[in-house]
Every structure is written in C-alpha cells, then in structure tokens.
Ligand binder design. Sequence first.
Ligand code: FE
Length: 200
Amino acid sequence: MTRPVERLRDGDLHDRLSPLRRFISDFTELVDGVSDKEALLDHGGRLLGELLAAEGWLPESHARPDPDRYRQYLLYADPAGRFSVVSFVWGPGQATPVHDHTVWGLVGVLSGAEISERFAIADGELRSLGKERLGTGAIDRLDPAAGDIHRVSNAYDDAVSISIHVYGADIGTVERSIYDMKGQARPFVSAYAPAPDLPF
Ligand code: FE
C-alpha cells in the first residue's frame, strides 16, 4: 500500500522542480545556439536570475549543510558535458580553499550571502585583488581568460547560505587547482556530495 504514496511524493517533487526544469531546458537551448562566451554568460546570467527569483524548488536533499565543510550537490549534468548545475551549501563560517575552475562559471546566491575574494599570482605569491560581497539574488561570473582564482566564504558565521552555480563542464570531474599562499598549485578534483538523482 506504500506505492501510491511514493508516487504522490515523486509527483510533488516533480512539480516543485519545474523552475529548475525550465532553467535546464533554456540553458540547453542556449548552449545549443550560442558559442560566443560573453553572449552565453550574459544570457545565462539572466536565466540564472530567473531561477533565483523562483521559490521553493531546491529539494531539501540538495540543501543540507554539513557541520564540517561546505557541500556541493549535483543538480544536473548536461549529457554532452557542456554544462552542469550545482547547489553549494555553506554552513556558518565555512569557506573554500583558494582555487580555480578552468572553465566558465556563473554563481548566483539563492539565500544568505557570500564573500568572494579574488587572487592573482605575482612574484611567487598570492595577491588579493579584493573582496566582493554577494547578497541574495546577486550573480557573479567566472572566466578563466580573465583570471578565475578565488576563495568563497559564507558571509555569515551564524546562518547557512546557499548558491546555485553553473559551469562550462561537469565541474565535479574537472582537474583543476587549489593554491597555497605562495601561489603554488596542487591538483584538485572537487567531486559531489551524495544526493539522490532528481526526477526530471
Ligand atoms: Fe569557485
């Protein structure tokens, strides 16, 4: 007798996911039709803004903080590997290491706020290029051609923040780098936290 209940739950989740489903459909259409990176980031940023403005679509399974470290959950990977959509969940005070991406990215804050500090490597050290505070609804872009080394932290030490990221590859599988304060790179593959596949 549990089967109809499970089906109902799946149906509810399917309904709740409709803003994300529309975003994925629109973004797929975008990468199908646009090869210019600037145009893709401009248009893609607008689509991400619409997704951030929609409410209640991020499943609880992909919004769970971890007491020890920030988490990244895969929401969707394009079957052709052209983009991925990931939820980042920052517990109070949590931060990434200094890292790069090697592919383009869009970062949109769904709830809470984040601090992004950008860096450049010069004369054998890591130099801060300044910090930027991204509040709820803000969108940042990452472009390796313009320098994409940064560290991101939760702006709050007493609350969870969540952001939605889109990258120009299946980012959890990309070989990239983290950096120490001397600018020395170490290989880094970020992977994803365990979460159920979503019923698109
Ligand atoms: Fe990053």
